[in-house]
Design a protein around this ligand. Structure first.
Ligand SMILES: NC(=O)C1=CN([C@@H]2O[C@H](COP(=O)(O)OP(=O)(O)OC[C@H]3O[C@@H](n4cnc5c(N)ncnc54)[C@H](O)[C@@H]3O)[C@@H](O)[C@H]2O)C=CC1
Ligand SMILES: Nc1nc(O)c(N)c(N[C@@H]2O[C@H](COP(=O)(O)O)[C@@H](O)[C@H]2O)n1
Length: 219
């Protein structure tokens, strides 16, 4: 089945953390944030996990650049944990789809739908991410998806061999603990994980951050 091209973009400390142990995650300089918004403006959908919405309350709009349209916001939230006050629900600048499972509270589903949010139930206990991408492709015409974390969602997309590209900015900070860029049960050796191919390395305009772009080899 066809699926959209999937790009994961994050900024990490030099020890690979996208958030500190307290959830602090502002790692990108203004140049890097502008670069992020350029990617947002180039995609049809932006996907994040529930914890990212709970911790950051993001808008997920490409507001730092001139964009033709605001991409669809897709929130993966197996148990419908995100608050009804989240900007992705209350701010109507872009459509939002929340993807959940049969585990979620039906009343909350109804409330979300009344608030103008599309809710997709796609799985008994876990959301099947490949199915979500296929549905986005076939029903919404989504050809390119930007994934903005967090670490657990990133891991699932890597593990399921769904991600196509990784753009990671390394920022000049050390957290020592916190959420890793890719956070899951992990691979025992380099043999089991995906093979990455370096596409480009750029020093950010700020002179302190390095932007790595890797494609993920298939098969
Ligand atoms: N520095 C950066 O570039 C970024 C940092 N962050 C940080 O990452 C942290 C959040 O990351 P994580 O804790 O790893 O959480 P996450 O944002 O990956 O969300 C994980 C949650 O999403 C839901 N979920 C994901 N896949 C699912 C599936 N297949 N089925 C059902 N539910 C599913 C579950 O509720 C799961 O607990 C936040 O502190 C945020 O600030 C997030 C994005 C970018
Ligand atoms: N690329 C990148 N660099 C950082 O330093 C970040 N903290 C993030 N975070 C992502 O951006 C979302 C915030 O979006 P809005 O500015 O509110 O639109 C946040 O939730 C993460 O997904 N990304």
């Amino acid at each position: 089945m066809p699926k959209p091209y999937v790009i994961i973009v994050s900024a990490a400390s030099i020890d690979g953390r996208i958030a500190s142990k307290t959830g602090y995650s502002r790692l990108s300089c203004p140049f890097d944030l502008r670069r992020l918004h350029e990617v947002r403006a180039s995609v049809d959908a932006i996907m994040v996990g529930a914890n990212t919405v709970i911790n950051d309350d993001p808008s997920l709009t490409p507001r730092y650049v001139k964009a033709i349209k605001n991409p669809i916001r897709v929130i993966i939230d197996g148990k419908l944990r995100i608050p009804l006050t989240a900007k992705v629900i209350t701010n109507k600048e872009a459509p939002t789809i929340i993807v959940t499972t049969e585990q979620s509270d039906r009343n909350k589903t109804a409330q979300l739908m009344n608030m103008g949010v599309e809710v997709w139930v796609m799985g008994k206990e876990r959301v099947n991410l490949r199915d979500v991408l296929e549905k986005l492709f076939t029903e919404k015409g989504v050809k390119r998806v930007l994934v903005e974390g967090g670490g657990h969602l990133n891991w699932e997309l890597i593990k399921e061999e769904i991600a196509d590209e990784i753009r990671l900015t390394i920022s000049p900070y050390v957290f020592g603990a916190g959420t890793s860029f890719i956070e899951g049960e992990g691979y025992p050796t380099t043999m089991e994980g995906p093979r990455l191919r370096l596409k480009s390395v750029n020093i950010c305009e700020c002179g302190q951050e390095v932007v790595l772009d890797y494609t993920i080899e298939k098969g």
